[in-house]
Design a protein around this ligand. Sequence first.
Ligand SMILES: [Zn+2]
Length: 295
Amino acid sequence: MQSIAEVIRSGKVLVSDGAWGTFLQNKGLKAGECPEIWNITHHNDVFDIAKSYIDAGADMIETNSFGGSSFKLGLFGFANRVTEINKTAAEISRKAAGADKYVLGSIGPTGKLLMTGEVTAEELYNAFKDQAVALEEGGADALVIETMTDIEEAKIAIQACKENTKCEVICTMTYDKSGENSYHTMMGISPTQMVDELIGSGVSIIGANCGNGMKNMVDIVKEFRAVNKDIPILIHANAGAPIYKDGETCFPESPEEMAGFVEQLISAGANIIGGCCGTTPEHIKRIVEKVKKFK
Ligand SMILES: [Zn+2]
């Protein structure tokens, strides 16, 4: 199979999957429960999520391994089960994807801060390495390092993935709007800085996920493209900015509303479009329809 970056270079726009975390909650994952242990305890529910995105027409699906580092799993007492949990996560998505759709092994932040000295670069590297190797063993084609806010942590994760697997490496950061046409991660990194810092790191695809609805993502893609014309860009937008209502978090954008931004996103330079929190197979289905029409 061609690499994702090669397919993009041939001129295609690809569609990724939608939310996992909020989907697991709909299936009964409780607050304070470890989402990744569901790969072992609720195998069929996790498979259903993966399969529902393939059925919606996605070209690629992620794995249920966002919090699969030893640091995150350690919060639940599962630090010694990194290999088992991540490998199983990739196997489930591989089974749903079949041979002709891509599986992206999800790697989220460790939650540990380098700059305070709470963790060393070597400890981070080893954690990302263990997770990446297990995801590749389970059948991941690519690894998506996502929801990053610290550029140094992102670089270490990319290095660990590149040096220890043959997978294509994708990295996305999470931006908040910090002023008129100004976006920064929680740690102060702009889309421009991200591109400048990561070009040459071995990353194949960059992008943004979570944090924003589609509208802000259009601005973010424009900023990426202003700095670099060529690097493939992936966008996983939330279904709008979260709204807190009666103690619950809701994501307001309907599938139609989200799909309404697809043309603008592609025109701005996005190459892969999918969803993050609050998006469902119906959102992905509508995005697929719009992408197919856009020629
Ligand atoms: Zn999200």
